[in-house]
Design a protein around this ligand. Sequence first.
Ligand code: CO
Length: 136
Amino acid sequence: MIGRLNHVAIVVPDLEAATRTYRDVLGATVSAPQDLPEHGVTVVFVDLPNSRIELLQALGDGSPVSNFLERNQAGGIHHMCLEVSDINAASLSLREKGARVLGDGKPKIGAHGNPVIFLHPKDFTGCLIELEEVTD
Ligand code: CO
């Protein structure tokens, strides 16, 4: 079912500082920040030869990453995103196997314009997993 690692997402308290760390200390190519109000985050993409890292900062009140940041004040790994070829088939198959899909179970459009779902970390070795439909 799962394909390539699409990204690892890291929640950070200070996006400018995190950008400097990845760009100036680690020498990575880093995008300009993008506000995604519908997801409650501002995101910076760090391009890697084989994948990418997303640096997420809370945007607005009630951001889905605010609670995480309260528990992890220095920031930390928030989720990893794995690619699937058919998000609806993946969601159905996972629910049939007893896995919990977060929210109403229906795909939403993610940061890259593709449909995504999130899977309950307690069903997946303590890791929040995002599945993103990528058709290439
Ligand atoms: Co993500």
